[in-house]
Each structure stands twice: as C-alpha cells, then as structure tokens.
Design a protein around this ligand. Sequence first.
Ligand SMILES: NC(=O)c1ccc[n+]([C@@H]2O[C@H](COP(=O)([O-])OP(=O)(O)OC[C@H]3O[C@@H](n4cnc5c(N)ncnc54)[C@H](OP(=O)(O)O)[C@@H]3O)[C@@H](O)[C@H]2O)c1
Length: 269
Amino acid sequence: MKLGMVGCGRMGKSLAIGAIEAGAVEAKNFLAHDVRPEAVEELTAESGIQAATNLNQLVTSCDVLLLCTKPDDAHEVLREVASSGTDENSLLIISIAAGLTVRTIEQYVLNHARVIRAMPNTPALVGKGAAAYTLGTAATPADGEIAEKLLGSVGSVVQVKEKLMDVVTGLSGSGPGYVYLFIEALADGGVRNGLPREQALQLATQTVLGAASMVQASGLHPAVLKDMVTSPGGTTIAGLSTLESEGFRSACIQAVTAATERSKELGKG
Ligand SMILES: NC(=O)c1ccc[n+]([C@@H]2O[C@H](COP(=O)([O-])OP(=O)(O)OC[C@H]3O[C@@H](n4cnc5c(N)ncnc54)[C@H](OP(=O)(O)O)[C@@H]3O)[C@@H](O)[C@H]2O)c1
C-alpha cells in the first residue's frame, strides 16, 4: 500500500509517525506534501517519509490519501484529486477535516475516489487518541480496515454512521477540553484544602489517568468500579453525593449535547 498525506500539521504529523511506528505502513511507501516546505522537511527528517514533488505527484502515486489540511483548504486539494486523472475509484481518501461531510467530499471526487470521513482527537498526538470514522458511498469494508489500522495506530477507533459524527465531535472530539477542566478543578480542590499546586495537579492528573486505565483494563462498567471504591459512610460517598447534588452528571450530559448541537450548526456552514 502506498500512502500519501497532504497537510503535515499537528494532526497529520502525529498520524503519520504513529502509523510508521506501529508498522501500519513503511516510511519508504509514504509520501507527504504541504504548502509549507518546512513542515514536510521536519516530517521527513523525523520519520523517513518521502517528500512529494507536488500535490499532483502525491495524488497520482498513492493508493490511500490522508487528507489532513484544515477544512477550508481541503476544497483545493479535492479539486486537484478530481482533475488528476486517477482511474475510476482507484484512490481511497481518508479525510480528517472536521465538519467536511462525505457528501461534500464526494461532490468533488465521486467516480475518482472512495471516501472515508474520520474524526480523531488531540490525544492522538501522544498515541492515546479516540477516533471514529464513517464509510462513504463507494468505500468498502476493506477500506474500513485500512482506516482502522491507520487511526488505530494512534489510539482507539470505532466505526459509526455519518449522522453520528456530530455526537463523536461532542464527545471525544471536544472531550479532552472537558477532562482538562475536570483535572484543573480537582487540583483546585486540593489547593483549597492545603495541597501545594504542583502536587495537587500531579495527583489529579494521575488519578484521572489511573481511573480511565482501570475502566479499560478491567472491562468493568464504571458504576461497578465506583461501587467498589465507595465504602459505607466513607470519604468517597461524601464526595460523590456532593457531585450528584451539584449536578455533575447532568452537566456532563448537557455539555456533550451542547457540543453536538454546535457541531451540527457549524456543519451547516
Ligand atoms: N488538531 C485537532 O485537534 C484536530 C482534531 C480532529 C480533527 N482535526 C482536523 O485535522 C485537520 C488538520 O488539523 P491540524 O491541527 O493538524 O492543522 P494544521 O496544523 O493547520 O495543519 C494543516 C497543514 O496543511 C497545510 N495546508 C494548507 N493548505 C494546503 C494545501 N492546499 N496543500 C497542502 N498543504 C496545505 C497547512 O499549511 P498553512 O499553515 O500554511 O495553511 C498546514 O501545514 C483539520 O481539518 C482539523 O479539522 C484536527
């Protein structure tokens, strides 16, 4: 498989390096292009990926094109794909451009390329991403496996119907922001009660990381794990009952709902 990537910014770079490190693709079979030559140079120096001469060379010499520009810049790339003379549907495009629908992408490239729309999140930068993808009209289950392999190299990945991509944006796309706020708030609680700031932040961060790892490693429902650490009349139930009376659970649900609605609005342009 020959892989091409257009847009070597933060997200593209982490996907590319993750895919190579995970063995999903060999650097010698990976071409990259960016309007900023320094972005390509940085990536090639770090990963052994080859630099494409231009966008046309990239498009015509790869089997899979990772579209990693900003959504507004993607239109120009898609026009190039449409005019590049690629054989019918011989190219698979995996777009990570937020809000760019399968329909919009296919308006440019239908009959030239198969399309997958994906939504990664920023922890992909440290190999701990959570991504979702949806298949375009001409994409095959084998294309889905390629997307799973690439996105899975920087975290976990699920396949969803396209109408759920806004929910994905509201949950895992925006979720890191919610969790940063939670970590900061936990640390503030520690400081409020006398812990030095640095230690409070270290303890809060590790607590969130550790609890998330427990959910993943045990396979148990979070409610079961919560019950296991909640002794009668103890400290944890005192904290939990305060979170419930202050509306923590409801605030989380409403945050995901608000972000989902906002994603829908933005998608309408
Ligand atoms: N970062 C995130 O949290 C995140 C999460 C989910 C999805 N995404 C999606 O991932 C995509 C990339 O995000 P990012 O944060 O990595 O953006 P970024 O750092 O701005 O990277 C995009 C790169 O593409 C270059 N570019 C622009 N037009 C181009 C063209 N026609 N041909 C080749 N290269 C071109 C840009 O150059 P210039 O800087 O000169 O324009 C830039 O180097 C976006 O569509 C975003 O919606 C990002």
